[in-house]
Ligand binder design. Structure first.
Ligand code: GUN
Ligand code: ZN
Length: 439
């Protein structure tokens, strides 16, 4: 296969900027990224790459900034059509908006429509990998993985399991059917192409102890799978968990005591944590997923990014669509910045971009595959237009370095800042649908 040389500015990571500072990020003003067979072959100065690969096809992105494709570590694709629903806090928001919409996924055709719409929105926003909840309907999982396969995307997803009467009758499974359906979907999808199955109890309030136990047993049988759920998102919710699980030491214990705490565990929100919970999450190397636009939109609270990072937690970043109010990881980085400011910690642009790429990929335990620009990794990358609107362009002309320029796009950018998105070396979007034009 002829390699392709992408010319432009490049930004990649040699280390974690939370640990190594700004030097962890490597910027090339005139960079080159060489892609072959869907993987990154080399990255370096544009001239050097051109000399090393003289036969490569060339795509010139001009002043565009090539960054790793964004990795959204927690989302609910079935909530695409009810994103930005007004005025509720978590429990009422679930009952009044979320559950009625999720019931519509009993229709596999509706699930397919939304799955395709959702992934196209993600690609338009520069996101190349997502970890998503589906609904209780197994067809909703097939719909997302099929749509991801058609687009070549690395996607993590699982059937949402709920068997308690706290969930409406139309959205309930049983402990046994949750186990059986999850096991069948896992067998069908896990490791097929770029698909990864994720065992998915929604959260303790909508599962019986029996269901949590059954899903813990399934995880023990498939320890290479991830497990995703929610943890300590709102204070009311933690009180509810205490009343439903009176013997549990804390919210995390409702998972831990049923085999649902481990290195491949992904715990969305993780805001109102007890010291014991923090210790246990760190000890096992679990993934904590920060969902900043959701945490402000639903009024949940302020994630302790600085404290959790300092104590060595594994942290990813996510939209939490549609509790989150945006599909954009740029907007999500901006919200993470704003929340950290309220806790008196100014996150640097390198830290924000790292969270949205490497950090999330580490939480999803796929950083050896994607989430950075480095030889051997899959060629998932996004090209940013750093002057995508007049407001951003005028700010950029007053910027002294790449970080000041990029920060304006992080704070004010949206899908207009995404010049193009590349998945496994192929350009996403309309070009992908026209066979002859594939790169
Ligand atoms: N907790 C349980 N389910 C959900 C959900 O769909 N969204 C959010 N934000 N929190 C939840
Ligand atoms: Zn969620």
């Amino acid at each position: 296969m002829t390699p392709t040389l992408h010319l432009g500015q490049t930004l990649s990571f040699d280390a974690n900027p939370f640990e190594a500072g700004i030097a962890a990020a490597r910027h090339q003003r005139h960079g080159g990224l060489v892609v072959d067979g869907g993987r990154i072959l080399a990255i370096g100065a544009g001239d050097a790459m051109r000399a090393a690969y003289p036969a490569a096809d060339t795509v010139d992105h001009g002043a565009g900034l090539i960054v790793p494709g964004f990795v959204d570590a927690h989302a609910h694709y079935p909530q695409t059509a009810m994103i930005a629903s007004w005025g509720k806090r978590l429990i009422d928001w679930l009952n009044d908006y979320t559950f009625p919409e999720e019931m519509r996924f009993a229709d596999p055709g509706y699930a397919r429509d939304i799955a395709g719409r959702y992934l196209d929105l993600l690609l338009a926003h520069g996101t190349t990998t997502v970890c998503s909840f589906c609904t209780i309907h197994p067809d909703s999982v097939d719909a997302l993985f099929e749509a991801a396969e058609a687009r070549g995307m690395r996607v993590f997803a699982g059937k949402t399991c709920m068997d308690r009467d706290t969930a409406p009758a139309g959205l309930r499974d049983t402990a046994q059917s949750a186990y059986d359906d999850s096991a069948a979907l896992l067998a069908r999808w896990h490791g097929r192409g770029r698909a990864s199955y994720v065992i998915t109890p929604r959260f303790s309030p909508t599962s019986t102890p029996g269901q949590l136990q059954a899903l813990g047993a399934l995880w023990a049988e498939h320890p290479d799978c991830l497990m995703q759920t929610h943890l300590s998102e709102q204070v009311d919710e933690t009180a509810w968990v205490k009343s439903l699980y009176p013997d549990a030491r804390d919210y995390l214990d409702t998972y831990e005591s049923h085999g649902l705490l481990g290195a491949g565990g992904l715990y969305g929100h993780a805001i109102h944590l007890e010291p014991r919970e923090r210790d246990r999450l760190r000890e096992v190397g679990a993934g904590l997923v920060h969902c900043p636009t959701s945490n402000t939109f639903i009024g949940s609270g302020l994630f302790d990014m600085d404290g959790l990072m300092r104590e060595g937690q594994r942290i990813g970043l996510a939209t939490d669509t549609g509790g989150g109010s945006s599909f954009s990881m740029l907007r999500t980085m901006a919200a993470a910045y704003e929340i950290a400011q309220l806790r008196h910690r100014a996150l640097h642009g390198s830290e924000l971009l790292w969270l949205a790429t490497q950090g999330s990929a580490r939480a999803l335990r796929c950083d050896h595959l994607t989430g950075n620009l480095a030889p051997g990794l899959e060629a998932d990358f996004t090209v940013l237009d750093l002057a995508s609107t007049p407001a951003i362009a005028q700010r950029s002309t007053h910027a002294d370095d790449i970080w000041e320029t990029l920060f304006a796009t992080i704070m004010m950018g949206d899908d207009r800042a995404i010049a193009s998105t590349w998945v496994g070396g192929r350009k996403a979007g309309p070009v992908m649908q026209k066979a002859g034009e594939r790169k």
